[in-house]
Design a protein around this ligand. Structure first.
Ligand code: PAF
Length: 290
């Protein structure tokens, strides 16, 4: 496994690989790798000749009051984990290389970035779309693997790739969960014991909604289900706020307020909940066929 820092060296290498007709798979990450990231690497490993992983805590996707400087980092550990997953190349650039002085080009994906996460983190998806397009331009992957845990990020990247004719296929892996259902996230390390215990309520609330929606005879009123989910989540003492609980079409993220208008299709149920300063997101997708 090789560690590459410079944009030029990666571009030279990937042009060479592509000219040989070999397949490049890519997993973009911000490091502090966990089982969720490793599952993305395993999916990618099976489908490519050369597997690239990027490790870059991207400053442009953090808001001014967010945890950029405190975001957990441990390159030595990440490197060992990548080695175990038979990664061929880690791209580990410096911030100054990705965003030199006077950097001024950003990617904005309208309509699907203003809602859900976007309404609480106004510039987040601009930063995500920008860095992902930059990484795609540098690595030129045939495909890239993302996690379903960040469902809106997936929708934004899919839209960007389609709108800008980017020649990279997007593959989505299911969310990897702890035994009690908590979705794996680098931010889980911030939770104290009580918060960690309470955090399992997020998946419970999502599964409650799924049961209600899928079981004939249950009350399928989405307003009622949302209210019950909120009550369940707030019953955990360390929960300090629910930013949103939302029902949306999975493909274009249009809000679904009633199942009367959504009898068939993939319904994204997502939420964001605060435990003190720690903010966790989660989602599930339900196949509705009423
Ligand atoms: O999902 C993440 O870790 C990040 O948003 C990504 C895609 C690596 C871009 O910085």
């Amino acid at each position: 496994m090789k560690i590459l820092h410079s944009v030029r060296s990666v571009q030279k290498l990937t042009s060479q690989i592509r000219s040989e007709g070999k397949v490049i798979g890519f997993v973009p990450t911000m490091g502090y790798l966990h089982e969720g990231h490793l599952s993305l690497m395993r999916t990618a490993r099976k489908k490519c000749n050369y597997l690239f992983v990027s490790i870059f805590v991207n400053p442009t996707q953090f808001g001014p009051n967010e945890d950029f400087s405190k975001y957990p980092r441990d390159f030595r550990r990440d490197r060992l984990l990548c080695e175990k997953e038979k990664v061929d190349f880690i791209f580990f650039p410096d911030s100054e290389k990705m965003y030199p002085e006077n950097y001024s080009t950003y990617v904005e994906v309208h309509n699907i970035t203003e809602i859900l996460e976007g309404s609480h983190r106004p510039r987040h998806f601009r930063g995500v779309a920008t860095i992902v397009l930059k990484l795609f331009n540098i690595i030129q992957p045939d495909f890239a693997v993302f996690g379903q845990k960040d469902a809106q990020q997936v929708a934004v990247i899919r839209k960007m790739v389609s709108d800008l004719n980017v020649n990279t296929k997007i593959i989505v892996n299911p969310t990897v969960r702890e035994e009690d259902g908590l979705a794996m996230s680098s931010r889980n390390v911030y939770l104290n014991g009580k918060q960690r215990k309470d955090a399992s309520v997020l998946y419970k609330a999502l599964k409650y909604a799924e049961r209600k929606i899928l079981t004939p005879g249950y009350n399928r009123d989405l307003g009622f289900i949302k209210e019950q989910m909120g009550k369940l989540i707030k019953s955990r003492p360390t929960v300090t706020g629910v930013d949103y609980i939302s029902f949306n079409r999975e493909d274009n993220l249009q809000e679904v307020t009633s199942l009367k208008n959504f009898k068939k299709g993939r319904l994204l149920i997502s939420l964001a909940v605060r435990f003190g300063k720690i903010r966790l997101i989660d989602n599930i997708v339900v196949s509705v066929n009423l």
